[in-house]
Design a protein around this ligand. Structure first.
Ligand SMILES: [Fe+2]
Length: 475
């Protein structure tokens, strides 16, 4: 199994942490914005209310009716206007206005206004301007001032004259009746702009923080949790497919946490499974070797023949680049290639001198007998094929079937060349061990005739590397 760059669990955790991070960021933003806004509300509202209350003290509510009769000529009215103008200048206000309600009609009338109109945008109502108090759209807050005596601040954001706040307080006459309303209005566009900038800065910072946090967490999570999990997963997959030795890397983590304990358990489990497999493998090999010795013991002249043929065959398989389990199967198959000889009478096998045709025909049945004996072994692939086809020849002149070329199963062609070389480099009743040169020549001559040329070529290479002629029967 290949290691995935981004495991599924990490993706899920990333999604979860992103959503959680987004919610956290939104909360941080909301809290910051709220705190910033609270400062505005508390400080600005208190200030403007204080200014409105102070301005109210300059008024003479009992004179209002007289002002209405002739506002311009009245000197006391002019004095009040001048005082209010001082407030407007001192506190940088848009306007201070005073309006009254005439019971019972409740018509809304402005008595005072900002005479300088310093901010340009504020279009003052003319003195004596009237508007309908009962209109649907009439300010509800203004009604609360008149009717409940409330002192409040109205926030107007993004109006045609810019963002501003207006404190409205009721004005009482000497009898304690509400006869008018005083409004003090201040421009807060600067604050609104600052608040917008603050929000933008907070959003950017929170986003940067969020991205950094999510990235850092993902990297940490992947390294701290997913890497060890993937290590264990990959190792169990590898072990399941190869049955190789447990991987020591699993022990790197120690047992500091549950993941380390898991890795350790997997390591121990693999170790036990591996030991059992090895024991079974050894037992199989030892059993096969014992059986091979029994076969060889039947023939006074073939001591160690089966084992040597098995070793040469395995060497050929390794040079062909076969896997170790494949090489092992070839070894076992070659070890038992002559098992059929058990069914051949000793008198024929150990006969001194030339065999008759009939006797030779009996000898030639050993591949078939061998294949029958091995047919029931299912755990070693092709083991019966080794016995059945090892006397086939590449030119088709062999037995028991007479197959030719690559139609002969590979195991048969491998054992054939190993078997022939060992026969030549072993003692026989009728001759001694042939020299390495002679045996080599025979293999070379047999290429494409008796032997598969590819495997014969490998055998020749093995012979050439065998400088001390160790590949032979040892006395
Ligand atoms: Fe044989």
């Amino acid at each position: 199994m290949t290691k995935k760059a981004f495991p599924v669990i990490t993706k899920r955790v990333l999604l979860f942490i992103s959503v959680a991070g987004f919610i956290l960021c939104a909360l941080i933003f909301a809290a910051s914005y709220w705190a910033f806004n609270r400062q505005f509300t508390e400080q600005y509202d208190a200030d403007i209310l204080e200014i409105a209350a102070a301005a109210r003290a300059c008024l003479n509510p009992d004179d209002f009716e007289r002002y209405r009769q002739d506002p311009v000529a009245d000197q006391r009215h002019k004095n009040v206007l001048e005082l209010l103008q001082l407030f407007v200048d001192e506190f940088d206000l848009n306007v201070i206005y005073v309006s009254a309600v005439e019971a019972p009609e409740y018509r809304h009338i402005f008595y005072f206004y900002d005479p300088v109109n310093k901010h340009g945008k504020w279009k003052p109502y003319p003195l004596g301007y009237e508007e309908d108090y009962y209109e649907e759209s009439y300010h509800r807050t203004t009604k609360r001032v008149y009717e409940e005596g409330a002192e409040l601040v109205r926030h107007t954001i993004k109006s045609r004259i810019g963002s501003h706040i207006t404190a409205q307080v009721p004005v009482y006459d000497s009898k304690g009746n509400i006869v008018a309303l005083l409004g003090a209005q201040k421009n807060v566009q600067g604050f609104v702009d600052a608040r917008k900038n603050f929000a933008r800065t907070v959003i950017i910072m929170v986003l940067i923080f969020g991205v950094v946090f999510v990235t850092a967490f993902t990297v940490y999570f992947n390294f701290r949790f997913m890497r060890p999990i993937m290590l264990v997963t990959n190792e169990t997959n590898r072990f399941a497919s190869e049955n190789g030795k447990p991987d020591d890397k699993l022990l790197e983590r120690g047992t500091k946490d549950e993941l380390g304990t898991l890795a350790n358990s997997v390591y121990k489990m693999e170790g036990k499974v591996y030991d059992n497999i090895m024991a079974l493998t050894r037992m199989t090999t030892e059993t096969a070797e014992a059986l091979a010795s029994a076969i060889d013991a039947k023939d006074a002249y073939t001591h160690g023949h089966s084992t040597r043929v098995a070793e040469y065959s395995r060497d050929i398989a390794r040079r062909l680049g076969k896997t170790e389990p494949e090489c092992r199967n070839i070894y076992l198959s070659a070890l038992l290639h002559d098992v059929g000889k058990i069914g051949i009478p000793n008198s024929i096998i150990n006969k001194k001198g030339k065999l008759t045709k009939e006797e030779y025909d009996v000898i030639k049945t050993h591949p078939v007998i061998g294949a029958q004996i091995l047919a029931n072994i299912t755990q070693i692939p092709n083991i019966a094929n080794g016995a059945y086809y090892h006397h086939e020849r590449f030119d088709g002149k062999g037995y028991p079937v007479g197959l030719a070329g690559k139609k002969i199963p590979e195991i048969g062609r491998i054992i054939a060349v190993a078997d022939a070389y060992d026969a030549m480099t072993s003692n026989r009743s009728y001759r001694g061990i042939l020299s390495q040169e002679t045996a080599r020549e025979e293999i070379q001559k047999g290429m494409g005739e008796q032997f598969d040329p590819d495997f014969a070529k490998i055998m020749l290479a093995m012979i050439d590397e065998d400088k001390d002629f160790k590949m032979r029967e040892q006395n």
